[in-house]
Design a protein around this ligand. Structure first.
Ligand SMILES: [Zn+2]
Length: 106
């Protein structure tokens, strides 16, 4: 088990990486990310902040490879009640689009 941290490669300010698992035989790095509780969730449509959380979801998102290792981020995110939009929306964590399975930088 390597103790090398890959965290400098993941400068996403609204989430925290809480776990990293390297599977050396298959060259896959799996990260687990959760929203940083220090930030209020914000609507991905209008940018409004809210504390009204509707539900929690998870999604696996493909990120940039590190050398020959494929990187997947298992990210928790929240669905929030946005009053200006008058609907339930996915929060904006800034590094992936709400319905995408890859990161913005990929
Ligand atoms: Zn909104």
């Amino acid at each position: 088990m390597s103790t090398l941290s890959v965290l400098p490669y993941f400068p996403f300010r609204l989430v925290r990486i809480i776990k990293q698992t390297v599977s050396t035989d298959s060259d896959i790095l799996k990260l687990t990310a959760v929203p940083d509780q220090g930030f209020s969730p914000k609507c991905h449509v209008c940018g409004s902040k809210t504390q009204r959380i509707h539900s929690q979801e998870k999604r696996s998102i493909r990120d940039l490879d590190i050398c020959s290792t494929r990187v997947w981020i298992n990210c928790s995110y929240r669905k929030i009640v946005c009053m200006p939009c008058n609907r339930i929306v996915v929060e904006d964590l800034e590094f992936f689009e709400p319905y995408s399975r890859v990161t913005r930088r990929l």
